[in-house]
Design a protein around this ligand. Structure first.
Ligand code: ADP
Ligand code: MG
Length: 323
């Protein structure tokens, strides 16, 4: 399998402020899902928005790093942080698509679903209006939104759909141009638990059917369990741990990841008091265990200045160490 999207040393800040994303490294292969997890404010969205350069700049400032897209169709390599406007608009929504937490904010309430989809499809695929409607209807059908009696589904307006259905519409729109990568930024956070699962199932099914790569962003580690191949855990703008999802869940190394795994509620475990990050860090045991295992001190915000780097502990497994 080949790497489609690679982020290296990404460092982003706003205005004169300190960097909010620091030295972030990850990559994702075709047909695979990378989960990016971490609490609110840890830099997940800033990282994802940087991929498509969606942050207004200024104030956003890309201070260091590379984001490389290698199109599996044709092999063209694009350095996204340096791409010109023309190249970016070709890739945005066409080769790399993104869906967001709240579908209502990304759908235009005064345009029918069809108008919005057809517009995007025609921008990226050279085709007429009629062909574009066919593509749109097929994409909606693929996410379980059927044609309805007495008129095309394309004539419906966003308010006619429930939250879960709107998120399906967003997925259909994102998938209509057959992107090589889908960035899904907390795609189910605004939905109830049952609908969450359905939407994630639709995403998984679309990924399997098309072989695209997926970057699934979530503040909920439990949610990505069983859905991702790799996981990248972020804390205060940094990657603290990265690795195969099974390995990270079974044997987290960095104290933050260990605390996160301990905090994440599981249905198969009796509900007790949930540990918090502070409880877990309390007596420094985890820091000492990290040091015994890795041979270096774990990076922790505020400890030994702010210097950090990722240390490889086994193939594909990385943890943040101080220094
Ligand atoms: P997450 O998606 O992990 O919840 P974000 O990536 O949205 O977190 O934010 C990371 C940090 O960057 C936060 O501290 C946030 O306040 C800051 N940030 C995000 N967008 C802006 C902006 N436009 N201007 C200034 N700070 C911002
Ligand atoms: Mg976010």
């Amino acid at each position: 399998m080949s790497v489609v999207l690679e982020v290296r040393g990404l460092t982003v800040g706003f205005g004169a402020g300190a960097s909010v994303v620091r030295d972030v490294d990850w990559s994702v292969e075709s047909g695979k899902t990378l989960a990016v997890v971490g609490e609110s404010g840890s830099g997940k969205s800033v990282t994802a928005m940087s991929v498509l350069r969606l942050l207004a700049s200024p104030p956003a400032e890309y201070r260091a790093g590379n984001i490389t897209f290698t199109d599996p169709e044709g092999g063209r390599v694009t350095e996204l942080l340096r791409a010109d406007a023309r190249e970016l608009s070709r890739i945005r929504g066409g080769r790399i698509a993104m869906i967001f937490q709240e579908p209502m904010t990304s759908l235009n309430p005064v345009m029918s679903i069809g108008e919005q989809m057809i517009e995007t499809i025609r921008v990226h695929q050279e085709c007429g209006a009629r062909e574009a409607s066919g593509i749109a209807e097929k994409a909606l059908e693929d996410v379980g939104i059927r044609r309805r009696a007495g008129g095309s589904i394309l004539r419906a307006y966003p308010h006619e759909f429930s939250g879960g259905m709107r998120q399906r519409v967003m997925i259909a729109m994102a998938m209509a141009c057959h992107p090589a990568v889908l960035l899904a930024d907390e795609p189910t956070t605004a939905l109830d638990v049952t609908t969450q699962r359905q939407v994630l199932d639709v995403l998984d099914e679309r990924k399997r059917a098309t072989g695209m790569a997926m970057v699934l962003i979530s503040h909920d580690l439990g949610l990505v369990r069983g859905r991702a191949d790799e996981v990248c855990v972020m804390y205060r703008g940094r990657v603290v741990e990265r690795g195969a999802v099974g390995e990270v869940f079974a044997g987290a190394i960095h104290p933050y990841t260990r605390a996160l795994v301990a905090c994440s509620p599981r249905i198969d475990r009796k509900a007790g008091r949930l540990a918090t990050i502070d409880d877990a860090m309390g007596d420094g045991t985890m820091m000492n265990e990290f040091e015994a295992r890795v041979g270096k001190r774990a990076w922790w915000p505020g400890e030994e200045g702010e210097r950090a780097r990722l240390e490889c502990v086994s193939p594909g497994r990385w943890v943040a160490v101080a220094g």
